[in-house]
Design a protein around this ligand. Sequence first.
Ligand SMILES: [Zn+2]
Length: 272
Amino acid sequence: MRVVRNFLLVLVAIIIIGSIGFSLWLRDRYVVPILTYHHVGVPSCKWRLNTVSEKSFDYQMNFIKRHGFQVISFDSLVRGIKEGHQFSRNTVVIQFDDGYEDNYKYAFPILKKYGFPAMIFLISDIINSPGFLTWDEMKEMEKYDILAGAHTRRHPYLPELDLMRAQDEIVGSKKVIEDHLGHSIDYFAYPTGGFTKEVKGLVQKAGYKAAVTTNRGKNKFNMDLYEIKRIHMNNTDDQYSGIVLWFKLSGYYNLFRHSRKCGVSQHKGFYE
Ligand SMILES: [Zn+2]
């Protein structure tokens, strides 16, 4: 009897110590999730993997609101990281890449409805082309805290360019967007998430305060402001009663996903 009791006591102690250890281990690995969208609207065959339907986007935003998540601007996130701020476990950031016209048509009314800030990374020389946002649309969205960032001039895969051309893409897009919107553009997104040490250096030198990638690079916990990782969102995230969505919003998604090498050409399409 005594042996059983001692065994149970040891077991309980192991479980308690293990749980405390695990939660301490997890505490230092929390990363504010940055949800990244491309198209919002009707999924076409071509852009199926990069499109979230209007209904699904509304569901995802409603999920965030309903479960008490706090959506903060990317600028607040970067400032917080710099200051060593401990973000509460219900924080989230929303971003869009490429600046598609459907962002204004479908995503903007939904973001406005929930009062969520966001950032849209624009391909500066393609703005105002068919299928993309106009400068006026971007200006209108900026009044609602949906701000512009830069995503190069023509969306090349930067690790494949010589440094002069890469610099033109990085510096040029900043200038074009600043001239049209009349304020400083502080954040940059690497097309397809691709960067090298040299590309990263050019982004820093151009005066950006931070840059975002996809799941590339070694830095899992977003302590390096020039290779901040983001989470690709898609149409199927709200299936299975939102379990995938919970996981993506948990702050521990980066911990369990595979990282791609940052300089290797793995891009499949121009506007990824
Ligand atoms: Zn892109």
